[in-house]
Design a protein around this ligand. Structure first.
Ligand code: GTP
Ligand code: MG
Length: 225
């Protein structure tokens, strides 16, 4: 497992190619969406559950070999009453992390409206080309496991999802899942080519000479965390 420093380096990647991707996190309330984002952006973990209202926007930048990838992250609320707002936040997203809690099978299977499998279906219907990662969070609570790793892996394989078990608490696979997504997203399509829902380019948007955007994010490659 790579440490936090390995996911980001100081400064932009050597080629100065900069791409921006919209990424949305969805999943049931309490599965750890905000905790994963907080761990990735701030490198911290909070024990308390402060339910997200609507959605929270953050940014984080990672450096690949030849490209700097800036994520515009929308951390959505999992509570049922906010579900109808979700399309507003995932519209135009190039990537999503669908999160479930490995200690609660209801957050993975179809039993509730907002379980991981329902979210995968909804996202695919709304944005056919979206890249989806599945995160089985709270992997540190293995003694309370309720979702079998192999079952989730098979589901991910069958549905062409990137799959990792993660722990926002221990940081296990948190940087890794974002890095894996960054690697998978297309970097070479010209801006405006192949739009998805919301009119955003399917590929990375070249941000060369574009001022950094605000929104509670961090500086490139972890330098400002
Ligand atoms: P909503 O905003 O209501 O949709 O919830 P959320 O999915 O954003 O969950 P949140 O990140 O607020 O975490 C819910 C609770 O789970 C908090 O008490 C966290 O401390 C805890 N939690 C989150 N991730 C982990 C983890 O990896 N391991 C453990 N043990 N607890 C976690
Ligand atoms: Mg939240």
């Amino acid at each position: 497992m790579a440490g936090r420093g390995q996911a980001r380096t100081n400064g932009t990647a050597a080629s100065n190619k900069i791409c921006q991707f919209k990424l949305v996190l969805v999943g049931e309330a309490g599965v750890g969406k905000s905790s994963l984002v907080h761990r990735f952006v701030k490198g911290q973990f909070r024990e308390s559950h402060v339910s997200t209202i609507g959605a929270v926007f953050l940014t984080q930048t990672v450096c690949l070999d030849d490209t700097t990838v800036k994520f515009e992250i929308w951390d959505t609320a999992g509570q049922e009453q906010y579900h109808s707002l979700a399309p507003m936040f995932y519209r135009g997203a190039q990537a999503a992390i669908v999160v479930y809690d490995i200690t609660n099978t209801d957050t993975f299977t179809h039993r509730k409206d907002s379980c991981a499998k329902k979210w995968v279906k909804e996202l695919r219907q709304a944005i056919p080309n979206i890249f989806i990662a599945l995160a089985g969070n709270k992997a540190d609570l293995a003694n309370k496991r309720d979702v079998d790793f192999q079952e989730a892996q098979s589901y991910a394989d069958d549905n062409s999802l990137l799959f990792m078990e993660t722990s926002a608490k221990t940081a296990m696979n948190v940087n890794e899942i974002f890095m894996a997504i960054a690697k998978k997203l297309p970097k070479n399509e010209p801006q405006g080519g192949g739009s998805s829902a919301g009119g955003r380019a399917r590929g990375g948007v070249d941000l060369q000479d574009t001022a950094p955007q605000g929104g509670g994010g961090s500086k490139c490659c972890g330098g400002g965390n």
